[in-house]
Design a protein around this ligand. Structure first.
Ligand code: GTP
Length: 392
């Protein structure tokens, strides 16, 4: 661009009337050979004369006040909604798609006689909600014991109990986001790698998670190590800017994700941040590539210190496909928590149970909409209540 501009100026300087030409070859000039008319220059064109330094008029004073320029106004920083109790507040979103499951089960369990065919229907309903065959069979067995054999108890209370048991309220769902100090007393931010295939809502989740942490008064730095999709870094920076959080990114498309992740963690340490959230690329066309890339990102980041949390983002609407992705990622890197996005758009909330069983790690966060604060810490009680209660 700059080169183009310079070349353009040089060309213009070379043009101008050819005054050195002999009169017989000269074109008649307006104002010299005839009165100027329409289409002619009324005065001498500015570039006719070659101006030297002496003929150029300088400003009278160099101390003239400078022109007032528009100072860019810093964008207003948003204050995200508190994270605690978000799931309860967003319960209607879950209930809207999942009460059919709860209602269906309750109707079946409330029949005068719960016969063999009914138990089969209950099992099918659970499997259809993506709970997985193993957990569905277990729930049916326990319900049979408690309702079928004992014949007692409020079916709703028993069902709530058993669904809660399957979701497992004993799992530690807290995020490891506390900074530490090395033995030498050097500040070390907590490092969270966010992994998952493109399109599951991964970048959005990193942005929303930054808001959850900012709402908890944490200092956050974002690392745009998803260098595969050019727009991802831009998208992430925008999320960060909204809540006043810096983003470390590379301007080079296809840059080495590990080096961006390394720089992000370094920036987090230099800035004294509490947490560094690193968005990674999740190309799945080749398991070997994925393992190599994530392995390298993790190893390089670990030069600063251990990675505290590896969150796998899965789209809840993809069912078995999501479980397959989970298996592949779990082979590539040690997952410490699951984020299930788009739970607002599926009646198959049972995926929470299935994926926890599959990976042996807890669902820590759930996405319940496209809004900036629609990411909620997962709470088993609120989740089961949403399934069993009519939408409020
Ligand atoms: N309804 C709903 N939509 C969601 C949720 N989470 C994300 N989305 C939407 O899913 C779409 C994809 O999200 P992205 O964050 O761009 O996907 P991604 O996985 O980051 O894609 P890459 O950046 O290519 O990795 C966006 O339109 C999001 O708004 C959710 O919990 N509920």
């Amino acid at each position: 661009m700059l080169v183009g501009l310079v070349v353009g100026l040089l060309r213009r300087g070379r043009r101008g009337p050819d005054t050195a030409a002999p009169p017989e070859q000269r074109r008649p000039e307006p104002g010299v050979d005839y009165r100027p008319g329409v289409g002619d220059d009324a005065e001498e064109p500015r570039d006719t004369l070659v101006r030297d330094v002496e003929t150029v008029r300088l400003p009278d004073s160099v101390t003239e006040p400078p022109a007032v320029e528009d100072v860019p106004v810093a964008p207003e920083v948003e204050r995200p909604a508190p994270a605690a109790g978000r799931l309860a507040r967003l319960r209607a979103r879950l209930a809207r798609s999942n009460t059919a499951l709860g209602r269906g089960l309750l109707q079946l369990l409330s029949r005068d006689t719960v016969d063999e065919a009914t138990w089969e229907e209950i099992e099918e309903t659970l499997i259809a909600a993506d709970l997985g065959t193993g957990p569905s069979l277990e729930i049916v067995e326990r319900l049979r014991t408690r309702i079928g054999v004992d014949g007692g108890g409020d079916p709703r209370a028993v069902l709530r109990d058993e669904l809660l048991r399957a979701v497992d309220p004993t799992l530690d769902r807290s995020l490891a986001v506390a900074p530490t100090a090395t033995e030498a007393g050097v500040h070390r931010p907590a490092v969270v790698l966010v992994v998952g295939v493109n399109g599951v809502g991964k970048t959005t989740t990193v942005g929303k998670l930054a808001r959850v942490l900012v709402a908890e008064d944490k200092d956050v730095v974002l690392g745009a190590a998803d260098t595969f999709r050019a727009a991802a870094a831009e998208q992430l920076s925008t999320w960060g800017e909204r809540v006043g959080v810096p983003t470390v990114r590379s301007d080079v498309e296809g840059a080495d994700p590990a080096s961006v992740a390394f720089d992000a963690v370094k920036a987090g340490a230099d800035l004294g941040a509490d947490v560094v959230l690193v968005d990674t690329a999740g190309r799945l066309q080749n398991k070997r590539d994925l393992m190599d890339e994530l392995g390298k990102v993790k190893r390089v980041v670990e030069r600063h210190g251990p990675v505290d949390e590896v969150l796998l983002v899965l789209d809840a609407t993809t069912g078995q496909n999501g479980l397959n992705q989970a298996r592949v990622f779990a082979e590539a890197v040690d997952i410490t928590g699951i984020v299930l996005t788009k739970l607002d758009g599926t009646a198959k909330g049972g995926i929470v149970v299935a994926v926890q069983r599959e990976l042996g790690v807890p669902v820590k966060l759930v996405g319940l909409g496209e809004g900036a604060d629609d990411l909620a810490p997962f709470e088993p009680d609120a989740f089961v209540d949403a399934i069993l209660e009519p939408a409020g």
